[in-house]
Design a protein around this ligand. Structure first.
Ligand SMILES: [Zn+2]
Length: 235
């Protein structure tokens, strides 16, 4: 039996990874991290989606020590989310160590349930500012974790080279465009679905959606070319 663990925040990207995993693996587990992020609504959204999508198990882990250590607009209400980059060239929504911790914990979970893969929705195309979303980082951590566990757990990054329009196309490919559009939460102001429309996350998400809706056939063709997903393969 093929099993996978999806790092799941209840946002557009990880929900798209989850619906894809459900068609590619026999048993799918999701793991959600509570690090004191801006909106606890995120955790509730993840819980609701996990139960609607019918996965094998959904684990919500308390990692509030990350929020205690890492100072960011996502972990401190008094720091507003900014469109401007900071002096270090990173957005102020960068949470240092987040994916180092999340992928390591997800791999430990995968080890325990006998899963062969950990799936994460990180992406270089849109968020090149986050160093822990880079392909190079994920591959290096994968190697370190597999060595440390003495087991070849594979880190999969299905969205790594997709733009936001192609990520919408991927959700549509699996028949879940409306689920992702209406039931996920990406907005930094904690508003599900189409969100507040004004924050950087909503901006990225809605531009991708408009691009996809304006040229579905073209974007799907690009997605198929990049991923090798066939129209009739169903996977
Ligand atoms: Zn927003």
């Amino acid at each position: 039996m093929k099993k996978a663990v999806v790092v799941f925040s209840g946002g557009q990207d990880s929900t798209t990874c989850l619906v894809q995993a459900l068609s590619r693996y026999d048993e799918v587990h999701a793991i959600t991290f509570d690090y004191g992020q801006r909106h606890s609504e995120e955790i509730e959204t993840a819980r609701r989606l996990a139960s609607r999508l019918g996965i094998a198990a959904h684990k919500v882990m308390d990692v509030t020590m990350l929020g205690e250590l890492a100072i960011s607009a996502l972990t401190r209400d008094e720091i507003p989310v900014s469109f401007e980059l900071q002096e270090n060239g990173l957005p102020n929504t960068f949470v240092p160590g987040r994916n180092i911790l999340f992928l390591t914990l997800a791999a430990i979970y995968a080890y325990q349930v006998g899963a062969e893969a950990v799936i994460t929705g990180v992406c270089e195309t849109d968020f090149s500012g986050y160093p822990d979303c880079r392909d190079e980082f994920v591959k290096a951590l994968n190697q370190a974790v597999s060595l440390g566990l003495d087991r070849a757990i594979r880190f999969e990054t299905p969205l790594m080279w997709l733009d936001k329009a192609e990520t919408w196309a991927l959700a549509d490919h699996y028949g879940h465009l409306d689920t992702v559009r209406q039931q996920t939460l990406t907005c930094y102001n904690g508003i599900a679905g189409d969100g507040c429309g004004a924050c950087p996350a909503c901006d990225l998400r809605s531009r991708g959606l408009q691009q996809y809706l304006a040229d579905k056939a073209g974007v799907l063709a690009r997605l198929h070319q990049k991923t090798g997903l066939g129209e009739k393969s169903g996977c």
